[in-house]
Design a protein around this ligand. Structure first.
Ligand code: FEO
Ligand code: CA
Ligand code: CA
Ligand code: CA
Length: 624
């Protein structure tokens, strides 16, 4: 039985036992095909558009769910959204966070019409979050900001009025920047993880900067801490003491995005240099048990963490693919020491509880000629030893970027999401862009990152040797080099003539039928301007890897990014997040350029990130 068709029974806190059926769990190369009905990509493609709204094919409809500020019922609190942003920090901890990102649907019954929607809240727009913005920071604003990031767990159900949030729900939960969590794996408790507040180095408050995600075969959610560095800082004059590792990770005093450090001293790197070591991890959350403590899994390495996409090797070990989204950073793979105990029942969950704590981390090298190698990041191997600055495995993991340098991994054009084809096991990664490729003092183009000044990004893929995710060698090629083919010199190269153009691919999701959903994140500063004009606003496309066709499916409101994507197990609903509508603001004008979804003209309402539930009007399989 494929992973996503296994029933399981669990006890969830005080909630009654529930029978759950998973949706898009870990893809496995052995997962049987289930193409469903209808012509692949049979929908009416939509044009690129600068329209300030949601556009989907005419045979589809969308519905709004869970915008920022929606009450969750957490702690029996239902604070309604205050349109003037006057909600308190405590209110925000019981409401939807800002900037919805990676997301998964965990079905709660065999109908597939009841489930948990679990999503990340990536970052904050402080101007929108507080009534008077942040001309003056306060301790209360820091708390509210921390509470606006993290993860939401909500229960949803499909009714004759469409998908609705179930309130109250025993599953409802907000995990945020102040939630107590555990640190586990080889780096836990080691000197670089110890702080004044936690001398044991094994516990931390909070997760934030939660971007892409993953799902384990035993039914837990993996949230990934991406741009955590921007929340740490300190007095500018402390920057001269920054170490090479701090500079590489961007946790340098004076470079902060927000002024947390002035009100919460743990964010001051000049006073607490180890606190940033406790961020930049993959965090495991059990969405079915609201009392379960989230756990940071250090065996997977520290980076500006993108996806943690799981699959199972031929011998039953877990394999997790990860990207590190900065210019010239690496792609990683983790292979567990132990085998996955199959199933999602209580016994399997207990048996797999420590699976992410022991294993081997690798970084990828993409060689010319289409071959590649996984390079082991283990202390004592490949020169990763004290003589080269790595005292032990904890240091290799905490400074995984430096370890990747040492072994000669390939510096990529900003690796974002990773998705695995459910039948072939081929692995696809979005490389979103890299405007500095080829600049003076920066790495030149290479085989895998072939374009200097790579404005539009692309999608690269590989096939592990012998079709085994645990292999150390692989074959790779480019699925697409994105851009506007009409732009001279854009170098755009799509897999077929019938591919719609896009730029800055980011979110990536394979549904069970093998359709690849691609989401874009062009910066708000460039949308609608040359050479990006013809690409319109950010968009979502659907690709059929078998034919190379790529068809535009959705375009979003002004200034937004489209990110977070999951197709339900019955393939009849597609959940998508609209992140930061209105984010683009012209110089000197702080007014957001969209009021979506509450207003139709910019300035008429605070724009809010939100989830869309998208279905075919005839209830058919999405993407066909
Ligand atoms: Fe949060 Fe790299 O996108
Ligand atoms: Ca992203
Ligand atoms: Ca991005
Ligand atoms: Ca964005």
């Amino acid at each position: 039985m494929p992973l996503d068709r296994r029933h399981f029974l669990i006890q969830s806190g005080s909630a009654a036992a529930v029978v759950a059926l998973f949706g898009q769990g870990c893809a496995s190369p052995s997962t049987p095909t289930a193409m469903g009905s209808g012509e692949v990509l049979g929908f009416t493609g939509v044009p690129a558009s600068l329209r300030d709204g949601i556009v989907v094919p005419p045979e589809y409809e969308w519905q709004l769910l869970y915008p920022w500020g929606t009450p969750t019922g957490v702690a029996n609190r239902m604070p309604s959204f205050a349109p003037d942003a006057s909600n308190s920090a405590d209110d925000q901890a019981a409401q939807a966070g800002m900037h919805h990102d990676g997301m998964h649907f965990f079905a709660l019954d065999a109908s597939g019409e009841r489930g948990l929607l679990v999503m990340n809240h990536e970052y904050t727009d402080e101007q929108l979050l507080h009534t008077d913005g942040v001309k003056e920071w306060t301790a209360g604003k820091v708390r509210k900001s921390l509470h606006a990031m993290g993860v939401s767990v909500i229960e949803i159900r499909r009714t004759d009025k469409g998908w609705q949030q179930v309130l109250p729900s025993p599953f409802a939960r907000r995990v945020h920047g102040s939630t107590p969590m555990r640190i586990a794996g080889p780096a836990a408790g080691t000197p670089l993880m110890r702080t004044t507040a936690n001398p044991a180095g094994d516990a931390v408050f909070g997760t934030f900067a939660n971007c892409a995600m993953g799902v384990t075969p035993w039914g837990t959610y993996l949230t990934c801490e991406e741009n955590f560095h921007g929340y740490f800082g300190g007095p500018k004059d402390a920057a001269r003491n920054a170490t090479a590792a701090q500079r590489r990770y961007g946790t340098v005093a004076g470079s902060q995005w927000v002024e947390y450090w002035r009100f919460d001293e743990r964010f001051d790197v000049s006073r607490h240099p180890n606190e940033p070591h406790r961020f930049g991890w993959v965090v495991e959350i059990d969405p079915f048990d609201p009392t379960a403590t989230p756990v940071k899994r250090t065996a997977l390495g520290r980076k500006r963490q993108e996806s943690a996409t799981c699959t199972v090797a031929k011998d039953g070990r877990l394999v997790v693919y990860m990207g590190d989204d900065s210019r010239f950073e690496y792609i990683y793979k983790f292979i567990s020491r132990d085998k996955v105990r199959p199933g999602t029942d209580a016994a399997a969950r207990a048996a797999n509880r420590h699976l992410l704590d022991e294993g081997t981390l690798y970084a990828a090298r993409y060689d010319a000629g289409g071959r590649g190698q996984w390079l082991e990041l283990t202390h004592g191997c490949n020169g990763l030893d004290a003589a080269n600055g790595f005292a032990d495995q904890a240091e290799v993991l905490i400074h995984a970027r430096l370890a990747g340098d040492h072994v000669g991994a390939t510096k990529m054009d900003r690796p974002e999401w990773i998705a695995i084809h459910p039948q072939s096991g081929e692995v696809y990664v979005t490389l979103t862009n890299n405007s500095q490729r080829g600049d003076a003092g920066k790495p030149p183009p290479d085989a895998a990152n072939p374009r200097a000044n790579n404005l539009f990004g692309g999608i690269l893929r590989w096939r592990e040797d012998a079709g085994d995710a645990a292999a150390t060698g692989f074959a790779w090629d480019h699925f697409a080099l994105a851009g506007d083919p009409a732009q001279p010199g854009s170098g755009a190269r799509y897999p077929s003539a019938s591919a719609d153009a896009f730029g800055a691919p980011d979110g990536l999701h394979f549904d069970r039928g093998g359709l690849l959903w691609i989401q874009t994140d062009m910066s708000g500063q460039v949308i609608g301007k040359p050479p990006y004009t013809a690409l319109g606003n950010n968009q979502m496309l659907c690709a059929d890897p078998a034919s190379g066709r790529i068809k535009r499916f959705l375009t979003g409101p002004n200034g937004c990014e489209i990110t977070g994507c999951v197709v339900t197990p019955d393939r009849r609903t597609l959940f998508v997040n609209i992140q930061h509508p209105g984010e683009a603001r012209d110089d000197g004008d702080t007014k957001p350029n969209s009021a979506w979804p509450d207003g139709t003209t910019p300035g008429s309402a605070r724009p809010r990130s939100a989830t869309l539930a998208i279905r075919r009007r005839d209830g058919g399989i999405v993407g066909t």
